[in-house]
Design a protein around this ligand. Structure first.
Ligand SMILES: Cc1cc2nc3c(=O)[nH]c(=O)nc-3n(C[C@H](O)[C@H](O)[C@H](O)COP(=O)(O)OP(=O)(O)OC[C@H]3O[C@@H](n4cnc5c(N)ncnc54)[C@H](O)[C@@H]3O)c2cc1C
Length: 520
């Protein structure tokens, strides 16, 4: 058989931040017959930010093929449960809304084509704010999680889609340790200095390191973060900038101790600032804080002063990270595929980045690499590029919408309110939602259900409610027009019943963490 048609056996991952080590763990569990080499320099190390994530991280830890244990994750990586994001000041000083992250249909006895739309419509038609109806919003206020003790002392439910906040650096270090024990994973601790590229095929054949090694392979995964050492350098794919629609480009990350005696929050705070926004992300032992701002509108000195004015001790010379929101148009070219920051980054709002990298890993491990030969690579790359582009453009639409709040106190906010600052799809959606109730069809099509590619109505609804876009007249039309009014009523009743039970009996954040820390 032509070597072009043989399954690839040797995969080289370049870079060992969370993207690199998550990829190594996923590939080694799924493909025991393949050999995986991770080249990463402990001298350089991961970026060390990225602490608020979606449900994908807990799902990753729980995946039986990954061979990880939940108790170890809770002891090593300091996760806290995240039930949503508490938005402050986005509509002006003193305003707030809760954006809980949940899937209400989990409690519905009846699934029919519009069950979710009608559920949200029923809540909006009654004139209630979603934040007052949804379980996770209420749990955010109560400081509880949706785990509760049964009368026999057991804890009630499976992990479901729980999101978390964690120590991202400790996570990468833990995964590296686990991977080192795998027979089919080798870690080369060395500095990457270049690569060998076959002149005829254009394929990469080996990575060159500072100590003089040449590490050969058939498929290469670029996980070098913002260093962008492989895909960008070897193939120079076109860069698609998101800068028109994502106007922040700088961050001042900090870590602060908890205020004495305060319970650990079960949410991320996102507080609007004069030229961007501030995050507050709790791990078990500290609070990560950061100011994301736009260098187009404010100097570093002024940004530091604005951050300091919120009571944060920024020290004398705080770190300032820069980024260019955008992505390579192709994330997989030849035999090189990018995962994580090496191929794409927009900004941290709504924690889409580690989510996105998990989507990329799932596409590779669950769908594409199973069929990988050199001959198949161009068609696999085409699928990957199409899906990943759609996913990240969707995240940008979602993030971009958050800024359209009407806030106009600085040039940064005024410019963000201009129609051209909205993505074209968001402009279309906004016009539509003046007349209709949002439905799932308004969001990017669910191109793959395996990788949880797109955002959906569940995640948009709390924001749309806060923006006055779950109009009660449109909501009433949806409810009146329901084809299944009896089922809608039962779904709502069951949801509210479950919500009240869980609210009454839910464990606190501290109790839930202690429970999971004690697991094997
Ligand atoms: C300000 C900011 C805030 C963020 N907040 C969030 C958030 O809240 N939630 C979220 O999901 N994501 C967030 N992210 C994104 C998140 O940090 C990343 O997606 C995540 O950490 C994965 O990074 P990575 O592995 O791609 O890159 P990195 O962590 O940078 O890893 C790159 C690796 O490449 C290695 N490397 C680089 N050059 C060489 C070389 N020459 N030789 C050998 N090895 C090399 C390094 O040692 C390192 O281990 C944020 C990002 C930024 C910039």
């Amino acid at each position: 058989m032509s070597p072009e048609l043989l399954p690839i056996k040797n995969i080289v991952i370049v870079g060992g931040g969370s993207a690199g080590w998550m990829t190594a763990i996923a590939l080694s569990g799924r493909f025991p017959e393949k050999h995986i080499t991770v080249i990463d320099s402990t001298v350089i190390g991961p970026i060390g930010v990225g602490e608020s994530v979606t449900g994908v991280v807990l799902a990753f830890v729980l995946d039986p093929l990954h061979g990880l244990t939940l108790g170890e994750f809770f002891r090593r990586c300091e996760p806290t449960f995240k039930l949503g994001i508490w938005y402050k000041n986005w509509h002006g000083p003193g305003t707030e809304y809760l954006s809980s992250i949940e899937a209400p249909a989990e409690y519905f006895p009846h699934r029919y084509p519009l069950h979710i739309e009608e559920f949200f419509a029923q809540a909006a038609a009654d004139g209630r704010k979603l934040g007052d109806v949804l379980l996770y919003s209420q749990l955010m206020r109560a400081g509880k999680t949706d785990f509760y003790r049964n009368p026999d002392g057991s804890v009630s439910r499976e992990m479901g889609g729980a999101s978390c906040q964690f120590d991202a650096k400790a996570f990468a270090a833990w995964l590296a340790e686990v991977a080192a024990k795998r027979a089919n994973v080798t870690h080369v601790d060395d500095i990457v200095e270049g690569y060998v590229q076959d002149a005829e095929s254009g394929r990469i054949t080996a990575i060159r390191t500072r100590s003089g090694r040449e590490v050969g392979g058939e498929f290469f995964i670029d996980c070098t973060g913002f260093h962008r050492l492989l895909l960008g350098k070897a193939y120079q794919p076109k860069w698609k900038s998101y800068a028109d629609h994502i106007r922040v480009d700088s961050a001042i990350p900090m870590q602060t101790p908890y205020p004495e005696g305060k319970p650990i929050p079960n949410y991320t705070v996102s507080a609007a600032m004069p030229h961007g926004w501030q995050w507050q992300i709790p791990t078990q032992s500290r609070l990560g804080k950061g100011y994301i701002f736009s260098s187009r509108y404010v100097s570093d000195e002024q940004a530091v002063a604005e951050f300091r004015a919120t009571g944060v001790d920024v020290g004398d010379s705080p770190t300032i990270l820069r980024f260019s929101p955008g992505r390579f148009e192709q994330q997989w070219v030849g035999n090189v595929c990018a995962i994580g920051l090496s191929g794409v980054f927009s900004e941290p709002l709504e924690a889409t980045t580690i989510h996105g990298q998990s989507v990329q890993i799932k596409l590779l491990t669950d769908l594409l690499l199973l069929h990988a030969t050199q001959a198949a690579m161009p068609v696999l790359a085409a699928t990957y590029n199409r899906l990943i582009a759609a996913a990240h453009d969707d995240y940008v639409d979602f993030i971009n919408f958050h800024y359209h709040t009407g806030r106009t106190d600085t040039a940064f906010w005024r410019d963000y309110q201009q129609p051209e600052a909205m993505t074209p799809l968001n402009r279309e959606r906004l016009a539509k939602w003046q007349h209709t109730f949002p439905t799932r069809e308004d969001f990017a099509p669910n191109l793959t259900q395996v990788a949880l590619l797109n955002t959906n109505l569940n995640i948009w609804a709390p924001m749309l409610c806060a923006f006055g876009l779950l109009r009660s007249d449109a909501a009433q039309r949806v409810v009146n027009g329901s084809r299944y009014p009896a089922q809608l009523k039962t779904n709502l009743a069951r949801y509210l019943n479950a919500r009240n039970q869980i609210l009454a009996n839910g464990l606190t954040q501290a109790e839930t963490i202690a429970y999971f820390r004690a697991q094997p």
